[in-house]
Structures are given as C-alpha cells and as structure tokens.
Write a protein that binds this ligand. Structure first.
Ligand code: ADP
Ligand code: MG
Ligand code: MG
Length: 474
C-alpha cells in the first residue's frame, strides 16, 4: 500500500513539477476573457488538477483489465464492421436520438473506402465493492477522442518522482506509456497510408474544438508524433475541413496538404456541430481515403447503446470466440448489469419498474460523451416517469457501481482538498487493422486513473468532477 504522507509542504513542489513538465490545463474561458487573444495562443495555463498521492488499486484487478484490453479492441473493430448488427442494435436509438441519427447517417451515406482502421480506445472501470469484495466493472469504452493519455503519463511520472524523493516503494507504481503508445498507433497508421500512396509528405490532422482547455494533452501527442516518429500533425477544426478538397474514395486535401490520418479530438458532442458545415465536413472525411480515428462505424460501436447490446446473452460471442471461450468469458466478467430500454425490448418495463423502485441502484445514460450527462437518484426517477416508451430508447439503464472510499488529497489551483475519494481506471489500447482479417497493431499502452471526492456522481476531469492520479498497486 502507498505509504506516501499527504504532507501539505509537497504541494508547491508538485505544482511546479506539473508546470515544468507540461501537465497544464487552460484556464476556464470566463477567467481568461480579460486576456483576449493571448488566451488563444496559450497565454493562460494553470497546472492540471491532480492527486497528491497515487490511489490504491488491487494489482490483480489492474492486471485483469489490462489483459482483456486486446480482446475489447477486437470486439469494437468487429462490431464496427458488422453493419447488419449495428443497424439492428441502433435502430430505436437512431429513431429517438438526433445525434446518434446524424452519426449513423454519416456512416450510411458516406461509406468509408479506407480498409485501414485506427482505434485509440480507452476502456474505463470502477471497483464495485458492494459485497465487500473488489471487482472491476466496466463503466464504458471510449472510441472517439479518448483523452488524457499524455497528461496521465505525466502524472504517473510526477507520482514516481514524489515517491522516489519520499523513499516510497516504486514497485507499486506500474509503468505508463499511454501518450507514447497512442502516438505510435497514429504513426503506424500514417506509415501504412503513406506506403500505399506516392505523395511525398502527407500530414496527420487532429480535429480539435476551438478554445480547447485540454490543449496540452493534445500538444504533447503532437510533439511525441514529431519527436519519436518525425511525423507532422496539424490542428484543424471541423469548420475548416468543410472546405477540404476531396471526393468519395479520393485523398483528403486542405490547402494543398494531404491528410493521412484524421484523428478526432472533437466531434463526439452535439455542441461540436453548431451548423450544417460540421456535418458536411464529417461526411467528406468519412468518404475520403484518409484513415479515420475513429470512423463513424467505430464511433457508433462506442455508444452506450452498443455497450448495453454487447452485454446481452450471446452478443459478445458473435465477435469473439464461441460461447464458453476464455476470451468472451473474461470480458463478460467485467460487464455491469446493463438494461435495454428499447420499446420492443421484452424486459424494458420490468427494468424501469426496478429503477423507479430503487433509483439509487442505477444510472440512466443518454448517448453522450464528455461527462455530465447521466442521471442519478431522484433525477433518474423523474426522467423515467416523464418519458414515453419511445423516448426511453435514447437511453440505457445501468447498474450503479459502488466503490469503497479511501482518503486522498486533490489539488486544484494550488489548493488541496482532503477527503474520502473513489476512482476510475482507464486502459488505453492502440489498434490498427487492414480490413477485417489483418490486425497490424493491438497494443495495450498505458492507463489513466481519475480520482474524485466521494459523493460526486460524474467522473470527468475536463467537466471538473475528477482529478488526474495514478494507481498504487497492492
Ligand atoms: P461519458 O462518456 O460522458 O464519460 P460515462 O459512462 O463514463 O460517460 O459516465 C460519466 C461518469 O459517470 C463516469 O466517469 C463515472 O464517474 C460515472 N458513472 C458512469 N456509470 C456509472 C455507474 N454504472 N456507476 C457509478 N458511476 C457511474
Ligand atoms: Mg465516454
Ligand atoms: Mg466516461
């Protein structure tokens, strides 16, 4: 167990270490208004919120979720290629949720001609400790804009630095190459693309949101791609990509530059599509020759609805192993209770009745990403009561995961708040395939541990609920 004391004298040292090593976060937009243009060019950063000490995590649970990551990546890849299955699973969701319908339309109307598919996925887990034993249960899998790989790698190094100076046990801190691993995945896809084209200098595009607060996590990836692989990356917005020069099956070119890989750090939220231009851009990219990370199909395979459908009996076996195979069994072990709310689902009314009876035992999730969208407790019950059966199909219902809290100290803006905390572990996988049968890369490259005060329902760092931490294995 981590023996690091939560000594307040460590705070200035830890904060300066973060700033010196790039673990920084742009100030909230409201605070930065006075800076005007200086904000845009990066004039307003503070340290990223972090935990002073690593968070205890059972070694066996850490190893288990790392081990199944490759299988999960395969499942996502195969599900994304199974159009009939995707359509069947998503049909009611598409009818009731406009955003999913739009992604589905991109998928259908702008077929992806590129056989190379790149997935930079992060599967997230919490420890369920309702029954006194610790069991990893998957919260979700992110197939688009899985962020924090670089900042997480940096916070792992911060904890290693502090532990070494405190003469704590370094054995309990697992290595973390999350950022470098994602960069290597992008590089592999870029090289595979470039080797098939005769153009001299394609670039990687990173699709970003204007005014991104988590810019440095993205910049570090850009720098790793350049420093480790000599590959240039260019930041673009969806709005800019709407002007790309391309056609179905043709290269994606913007201002004379051909893009090998389009890596999305935007496009997962309805807010990323303020006008029809952004959807136009999405269609252009999808139908172009560029490697998409993710394709619309991958994005759909990462919806909460697909997660719920994969947990249904027999569904996983469609994509991995046969019934009873170790790989499917091991993956199934981490699935929490997930309930289908489709109007046509036989158990939907029953699930709703159970949730109304004990709302604190469930989470109601819409098809959204980025944190802050789920419903809990009385809000969950009120929402379920107010919905028609057709409206419910936009959501899934999930068993609530309950972790045993442990003490911690969370530092924001240089100030530590101590209290009982719970945490969520994410495992990154970089996956590259060339068509359905050739897996070129399936690498489990690192992890993210987000820690939050007990009683805070949501978990996002960007959304302000959690801070960056790392696991201390015991
Ligand atoms: P998003 O794609 O918005 O990140 P998540 O499914 O990860 O959606 O939910 C956001 C947060 O809500 C998680 O980080 C976690 O803190 C909390 N959460 C999600 N599902 C559960 C659950 N089943 N039990 C307890 N907390 C949950
Ligand atoms: Mg998500
Ligand atoms: Mg999440």
């Amino acid at each position: 167990m981590a023996k690091m004391e939560l000594d307040p004298a460590m705070i200035p040292e830890a904060v300066s270490w973060c700033v010196a090593h790039g673990a920084v976060y742009a100030l909230p937009h409201a605070d930065a208004e006075a800076l005007g243009e200086a904000y845009e060019v990066g004039g307003a950063f503070s340290h990223a919120p972090f935990s002073l000490a690593p968070f205890p995590w059972p070694r066996s649970e850490y190893e288990k979720v790392c081990e199944i990551q490759k299988t999960l990546c395969l499942v996502v890849d195969r599900a994304s290629r199974d159009g009939a299955w995707l359509e069947r699973v998503l049909i009611e969701t598409v009818a009731s949720d406009e955003f999913t319908a739009n992604v589905f339309r991109v998928y259908r109307e702008h077929p992806n001609p590129q056989p190379l598919t790149l997935g930079l996925l992060r599967s997230d887990y919490m420890l369920d400790e309702k029954d006194g034993v610790s069991r990893s249960l998957q919260v979700e899998i992110n197939t688009i804009a899985s962020s924090f790989a670089c900042l997480s790698e940096t916070i792992s190094r911060l904890h290693r630095y502090l532990a070494a100076k405190n003469k704590s046990n370094l054995e309990e801190l697992p290595p973390n190459a999350a950022g470098r691993g994602l960069a290597a995945g992008i590089a592999e896809a870029h090289r595979a693309y470039a080797s098939r084209r005769s153009v001299s200098s394609p670039r990687v595009a990173m699709v970003v949101q204007p005014n991104e607060r988590n810019q440095m996590d993205q910049r570090m990836l850009e720098h790793a791609l350049w420093d480790d692989h000599g590959i240039p990356m260019q930041r673009v917005t969806l709005k800019e990509l709407a002007k790309a020069d391309t056609a179905p099956g043709k290269p994606l070119v913007l201002d004379g530059v051909e893009f090998s890989v389009v890596y999305f750090r935007a496009g997962y939220s309805p807010d990323d599509y303020p006008t029809s231009d952004e959807w136009t851009a999405r269609g252009l990219v999808e139908a172009s020759l560029a490697v998409k990370c993710p394709s619309a199909a991958y994005q759909l395979a990462g919806t909460k609805k697909v997660q719920q459908a994969l947990a249904a009996p027999g569904a996983l076996e469609r994509f991995v192993g046969r019934s009873g195979d170790a790989s499917a069994r091991e993956v199934r072990e981490v699935f929490a209770g997930l309930f289908d709310l489709d109007e046509a689902a036989p158990g939907a009314d029953d699930a709703v009745a159970r949730a109304l009876d004990a709302p604190q035992a469930f989470v109601l999730k819409p098809q959204r990403e980025g944190g802050g969208n789920n419903l809990y407790d009385a809000d969950l019950a009120d929402a379920l009561r107010a919905m028609t059966p057709a409206q419910r199909a936009a959501y899934i219902l999930m068993e609530r995961i309950t972790s045993k809290p442990k003490p911690g100290a969370l530092v924001r803006n240089g100030i530590a708040t101590a209290g009982d905390c719970v945490a969520e572990l994410g495992v990154y996988g970089a996956f590259l395939a060339d068509g359905p049968d050739a897996v070129l890369l399936n690498d489990v490259c690192g992890h993210l541990l987000r820690q939050k005060l007990l009683g805070v329902n949501e978990g996002g760092v960007a959304a302000g609920f959690a801070v960056l931490s790392s696991p201390a294995l015991f």
